[in-house]
Design a protein around this ligand. Structure first.
Ligand code: PLP
Length: 394
């Protein structure tokens, strides 16, 4: 009898935590703070060092608690392998530096996360690696750049903060035609809404700080993909040292148990809030991939099981309207974060795109008065009432 693959709710809870006799029968994963692991049998230790035997030697490289987080994510993304990092940016930078060498070329989009954009525009050129950043909505232009040849095709979807959606399957085909490694930042979508590997990506990465942990209390990053590619990034990270802390890994494991539950709720809340804002006279426009009016709704429908908890919107008026509106929100932290159980709001100029200049933001189509709104798991009627009273105050 072949066993049916468990669904996401079950995987969130059980993946990596299947019943076993280890951990002295603890039902919850212990936080193993030990830096090193001792071996009286020197030959056995040597075999562990060579990877012939399973085991841990030094926690900068691998750690039992961290390993459970990696295994949970490996299963949720349906990958062969996974490895973790201290932050999402460490996952992104270490993976890029592990795969690229001077003279290589990267193709990406203009709307990547601010920190990622900074790697492309500042750090890679210093190593003589060109990053061609294409208009995010122009798939034909991206394909033209890919066809010129590239080592890495780097995508992010939906994008931060205007929620553009790029067609992973279409662009992965173009990338593979020139032998590129296709990387997708799946932070906004989470494995519950999208599995980029099933759409043709070679590597999927996350800022685990956001939805995976889900409680805004720990930083982390993860990549999932083939054993070969993941090992390259692991080999870079274990030497360069951006290792995930065991306590943070534990918080990720704990957060992940409710991932499917949280994302279902956030998908539902966000859809209702987007509809409410779209019809409000003080709101100029709403960017949410679930709205039929969204420019990439058709692509989103094709590759997302749910449209996520992230949206952004413009108020009528200038930044002064934002100055009045944001502090009036009772049920939203006004902060530079996204993805936790609480609703979080903020303008991109002080959140995702604080690293870039106003001119660069304008070039990326990010108006100074845009509001990024990360919908939490609160009761949606309360969130809508809260938005309504804050809009009334403008
Ligand atoms: C936050 C974020 C990152 C960076 O993650 P950190 O954990 O803050 O380093 C990368 N990509 C996206 C889409 C993000 O939202």
């Amino acid at each position: 009898m072949t066993e049916k693959k468990p669904n996401f709710g079950t995987l969130s809870v059980w993946a990596g935590e299947e019943k076993k006799d280890g951990w002295q029968r603890a039902t919850q994963v212990p936080v193993v703070h030990s830096v090193s692991f001792g071996y009286d049998d020197l030959d056995y230790w040597y075999d562990v060092a060579l990877g012939k035997e399973k085991g841990h030697i030094y926690s900068r490289n691998t750690n039992p608690t961290v390993e459970v987080f990696e295994e949970k994510m490996r299963q949720l993304e349906g990958a062969e392998a996974a490895t973790s990092f201290a932050t999402g940016m460490a996952a992104i930078s270490n993976t890029l530096y592990a795969l690229l060498k001077p003279g290589d070329r990267v193709v990406s989009i203009k709307d990547t996360y601010g920190g990622t954009n900074e790697i492309f525009t500042h750090f890679l050129p210093r190593l003589n690696i060109e990053a061609a950043l294409c208009p995010t909505s122009d798939h034909a232009a991206i394909e033209t750049e890919i066809a010129k040849g590239c080592t890495v095709l780097y995508l992010e979807t939906p994008t931060n903060p205007t929620l553009k959606v790029v067609d992973i399957a279409r662009l992965a085909r173009a990338g593979h035609a020139v032998g590129a490694t296709v990387i997708v930042d799946n932070t906004f979508s989470t494995p519950i809404n999208t599995n980029p590997l099933t759409l043709g990506a070679d590597l999927v990465l996350h800022s685990a700080t956001k939805y995976l942990g889900g409680h805004a209390d720990a930083l982390g990053g993860i990549i999932c993909g083939s054993q070969e590619l993941v090992h390259k990034a692991f080999a870079y990270r274990e030497i360069n040292g951006a290792t995930l802390d065991p306590m943070a890994a534990y918080l990720m494991i704990r957060g992940l148990k409710t991932l499917a539950l949280r994302i279902e709720r956030q998908n539902q809340n966000a859809m209702q809030i987007a509809r409410f804002l779209k019809g409000h006279p003080k709101v100029e426009d709403v960017f949410y991939p679930g709205l039929e009016t969204h420019m990439h709704h058709e692509i989103a429908k094709k590759q997302m099981r749910g449209f996520g908890g992230m949206m952004s919107f413009f108020l009528k008026g200038d930044f002064d309207a934002v100055r009045v509106f944001l502090p009036r929100l009772k049920y939203a932290h006004i902060a530079a974060n996204l993805g936790p159980v609480e609703t979080v709001a903020g303008p991109p100029r002080t959140t995702s795109h604080v690293e870039v200049t106003p001119e660069q933001r304008a070039a990326m189509g990010i108006p100074e008065s845009l509001i990024r709104y990360s919908v939490g798991i609160e009761d949606v009627e309360d969130l809508i009432a809260d938005l309504e009273q804050a809009l009334d105050g403008i």
